[in-house]
Design a protein. Structure first.
Lengths: 181, 455
């Protein structure tokens, strides 16, 4: 596959509301100019079997996965988990391969980091209704996630890093006089 | 006295389904019902009011296994509705994308189906995840084929999973000369692998077919020679790609299609009175459980000329290549036969592709509400999307996906087989259920009467 030294994958399905967080972060990242050794990919609904499956440890040294997870925090909170803290799930079948299970298999070969966001509403994929928008809290968490990603891969990207230092978040900034900055 | 046995959920395929089987004293299926129990999602309703550019993106998110087929089918349905002709180079890129999707999907299905089969000459079933030879090298070959399929898809489609390159009126970008060479090299590398893989699979399948008994969870089950036979006929529009007009292929005509409601077709409420704890994985449903396929099923039953009809690799082989083997094994073999065809066709398309040719149509109309449709030959079968676009807004959108077609056909094909082999028959259809689950029900005058049936 066309992967490089650092691979950033956004997982989730935009049809299920906040589950679209991963692809939304990737969409924002695509607007940035990143070093040549970074590949960003919208994993969509198929990251476990189409991306994690084909990573070559000879080429890829670092994997960053962006997703949502329920960790009992305020909606929009971001958490960074090292791959070594992930626990393997049960194997069911390859069509519904659990992403965590696969990450547990590759984390010894590739330095894995998972960046997760707490969704507003926990999504049960089996019973979810289709809904296209990210919730406000999760949408506002995108810049924060990008800061953490850039920090993790060691890219200093001017404004975003400063934003983080000042503890500001999108939607709350009033510096430029308008509500939406 | 017939008894009722239920296998729920079924395993080794995508989505959530169950098998409800009425069996006789010998354990032979008298009536089989295979139904989707993935909840209804309503993607089609979401599409109404959106622009034609958005809908293929939404459609491609329905599934992570065949996003390419859905994206292409939706895009071409829109183009058919607004009557837009796309340039030849865009068409070639789409063909390459389509074939890449088929290559990796068939390879994935090999992994799902191998655990049912035996290593020839032994009583050992194949575990594709073992690190022992000879299986290990097969697994590596499958993995390489999948990787090649995905990489070619990524180059031509612009994105690894949900393609971003197709657009209404063609493709956003043509590929570079280097990318074309890369695709060519990959396809060439895959040809010997695909030959070897197809030959291996056919040998293993023939070996299975010759057996008198097979082992299912420690039970010795007789293997009938007519496993999975049915007389429902076949429907396919193109050996590789698809069609969006009757001129291209007269076989799919929307006027010959009607959708029946599940409660007119499936069995009613029954009580499970046969249980087998040895059945893998974790035994069948407990005795005394109530089951009601009529109400549990989450898909309509598509009828073509008043009958369910099979779509998929075998349908393509029968319609375009004179293949005539019936049953589950015939179906599996037809799928393996597509491996090489798919790569040779891909190479032909790459050869013909002009990387400096234009890929977007000069004129893209806004649409006048005409019914447009595209029948895309997805890996699992014909994926039909139908739409009406007026003034650059989608007024109606409907997806008629491969597994929805095959649910009813497979239910018929279960008759006459030992119930323990029902899942083997079902897996032959390579079911992919999450996209199959949605419903639009039409009454006699073809008006929508209910969009969502399950409470």
């Amino acid at each position: 596959m066309l992967h490089s030294e650092i691979v950033i994958v956004g997982c989730g399905n935009p049809l299920f509301g906040d589950d679209g967080f991963g692809p939304a972060v990737i969409e924002e990242l695509e607007k940035l100019r990143l070093p040549d050794n970074v590949t960003i990919q919208d994993g969509g609904a198929g990251a476990p079997h189409f991306i994690f499956n084909f990573l070559d440890p000879e080429v890829t040294k670092r994997l960053i996965v962006v997703d949502i997870a329920d960790f009992n925090a305020k909606p929009g909170s971001i958490s960074k988990i090292s791959g070594n803290d992930l626990k393997p799930g049960a194997y069911v079948d390859p069509h519904s391969w659990d992403g965590v299970d696969q990450l547990c298999r590759i984390r010894d070969l590739i330095d894995t980091t998972v960046i997760v966001c707490q969704p507003t509403k926990v999504i049960d994929k089996g019973n979810a209704e289709v809904e296209m928008e990210l919730s406000e809290a999760v949408k506002n968490a995108i810049p924060k996630a990008i800061q953490i990603i850039l920090e993790t891969i060691g890219v200093d990207y001017g404004t975003t890093i400063n934003l983080q230092e000042e503890g500001r978040q999108r939607g709350t900034a009033e510096a430029c006089g308008t509500k939406k900055c | 006295m017939s008894k009722v046995v239920e296998i729920s959920p079924t395993t080794r395929h995508e989505g959530h389904t169950k098998l409800v089987l009425k069996v006789n004293d010998q354990g032979i299926v008298e009536t089989g019902n295979w139904c989707s129990i993935t909840p209804v999602r309503g993607v089609e309703k979401l599409a109404v009011g959106k622009t034609p550019e958005q809908v293929p993106k939404i459609a491609s998110r329905v599934c992570g296994i065949c996003p390419i087929a859905h994206c292409l089918a939706a895009t071409e349905a829109m183009e058919a509705s607004i009557k837009c002709e796309i340039p030849n180079d865009a068409k070639l890129l789409r063909h390459i994308l389509q074939l890449a999707n088929r290559l990796h999907s068939h390879a994935l299905h090999n992994i799902l189906t191998l655990p049912d089969l035996y290593i020839p000459g032994t009583e050992t079933k194949i575990n594709p995840f073992t690190s022992e030879e000879p299986v290990r090298s097969v697994a590596k070959r499958i993995q390489r084929l999948r990787e090649i399929g995905q990489t070619i898809g990524q180059i031509s489609g612009g994105e690894a999973i949900h393609p971003s390159n197709p657009r209404i009126g063609g493709m956003y970008r043509n590929v570079s000369e280097q990318a074309k060479i890369k695709m060519y090299d990959l396809a060439k590398e895959a040809i010997p692998l695909a030959h070897a893989q197809a030959e291996f699979m056919i040998a293993v399948l023939r070996n299975y077919q010759k057996r008198d008994f097979v082992d299912v969870g420690g039970m010795k089950v007789p293997l009938p020679k007519d496993l999975g036979f049915h007389d429902q006929g076949y429907l396919a529009t193109h050996p590789f790609y698809g069609s969006s007009s009757l001129d291209e292929s007269p076989t799919w005509d929307p006027r010959r299609f009607k959708e029946a409601r599940p409660w007119d077709w499936y069995m009613g409420e029954m009580t499970v009175d046969l249980e087998e704890p040895r059945y893998p994985v974790g035994g069948t449903t407990k005795v005394g459980t109530k089951t009601n396929p009529q109400m549990d099923a989450c898909t309509g039953i598509p009828m073509y000329d008043g009958q369910p009809i099979e779509v998929g690799p075998r349908a393509r082989q029968v319609v375009f290549h004179g293949f005539d083997e019936k049953g589950t094994i015939g179906q599996q073999i037809a799928r393996q036969m597509e491996y090489q065809d798919c790569l040779y066709e891909m190479i032909d398309c790459i050869d013909e592709l002009n990387t400096s040719g234009k890929v977007v149509a000069d004129y893209i109309p806004n649409g006048d509400g005409t019914l447009g449709w595209a029948a895309n030959e997805a890996p699992r079968g014909m994926d039909v999307h139908m739409t009406r676009v007026k003034d650059w807004k989608v007024q109606y959108f409907s997806m008629l996906v491969p597994t929805t077609w095959n649910f009813a056909v497979c239910s018929k094909a279960l008759t006459g087989a030992p119930w323990q082999l029902a899942e083997v028959i079902m897996r032959g259809y390579d079911p992919c259920v999450s996209c199959a689950t949605h419903m639009i029900v039409l009454d006699e005058d073809s008006k929508v009467v209910a969009q969502k049936l399950i409470q």
